[in-house]
Design a protein around this ligand. Structure first.
Ligand SMILES: *Cc1c(COP(=O)(O)O)cnc(C)c1O
Length: 257
């Protein structure tokens, strides 16, 4: 696995459709390899390309190379790109923390939301979705690294959250999501993924109906192979497909050094 921290230099910017075809094939092959190492079928793992900070000209190349789903961290950027590229057949995923006052924007266009972390957001999103006559796939975000600044529910709070979600009929629960700790210490990264899997397994034992397919959304450019080995069903990969971002990750995760 690539260690975090050196991932930037390891990912040259994709500039042509062929670059994207090659990067997508490389990531897919690594997913397949990781799945095989853990006795799973790589085709069951969904690759969600993350296009944050990438301008539409290059996103269009990625779509031409075969991307049909795109993830964005912020609602503002997702809304803008959805508008700019409404001619494309792409499903948009919002994968970052949502403020309640942006729920209406998400309800208007997003196919899925990976960062459900409070009852208040669930309520707001459901209300806006009901009004729009739409439904959305959601993943409950779990803080598996016990870092205070991280978004996500404590593992112990997940079951309670799952029990409240059936009242929000526009939210289709798909499973759980996490961001592993940012470190080159791969053992600690894997521990986060294992915690998510354990929380999912416990939720299934408690009441399998509440967690839907019980998918695990975990793994990014620096750690998706480990995530797949630990049971990821969805990996959210940006830089390994689009190229290194120049913006620091602290822009997306407040509190990150
Ligand atoms: C940016 C982002 C990713 C992808 O990170 P990369 O390093 O570009 O692969 C995954 N999940 C979330 C929530 C993100 O904001």
């Amino acid at each position: 696995m690539t260690e975090r921290g050196d991932q930037g230099s390891a990912h040259p910017r994709a500039e042509t459709v062929d670059d994207f075809v090659a990067n997508l094939a490389d990531v897919r092959a690594r997913i397949d390899g990781a799945a095989a190492r853990s006795g799973r079928d790589g085709r069951a793992v969904r690759l969600l390309p993350v296009s944050k900070t990438v301008p539409q000209e290059r996103i269009r190349l990625a779509v031409a190379a075969g991307c049909t789903q795109l993830g964005e961290n912020t609602v503002q950027e997702a809304v803008r790109k959805h508008g700019e590229m409404s001619d494309l057949d792409v499903d948009w995923a919002v994968i970052g923390h949502l403020q309640r006052n942006k729920a209406r924007d998400v309800a208007a266009f997003a196919a899925e939301f990976h960062a459900l972390d409070s009852l208040r957001v669930a309520e707001a999103l459901d209300r806006r979705l009901q009004a729009a006559g739409r439904g959305i796939d959601v993943y409950v975000q779990v803080n598996t690294s016990a870092e205070e600044q991280k978004y996500g529910l404590d593992p112990e709070a997940v079951q309670g959250m799952l029990e409240t979600l059936p009242q929000f009929s526009a939210l289709r629960v798909r499973g759980l999501m996490t961001l592993a700790v940012f470190t080159t210490d791969t053992a600690r990264v894997r521990e986060c993924f294992r915690i998510l899997r354990t929380v999912r397994d416990r939720a299934r034992e408690a009441d399998p109906a509440l967690i839907g397919p019980g998918e695990l959304s975990m793994g990014m450019s620096g750690d998706y192979e480990a995530a797949v080995e630990e049971g990821a069903d969805v990996v959210r990969v940006g830089q390994a497909i689009f190229g290194a971002r120049t913006t620091p990750d602290a822009d997306y995760w407040p509190g990150l050094a």
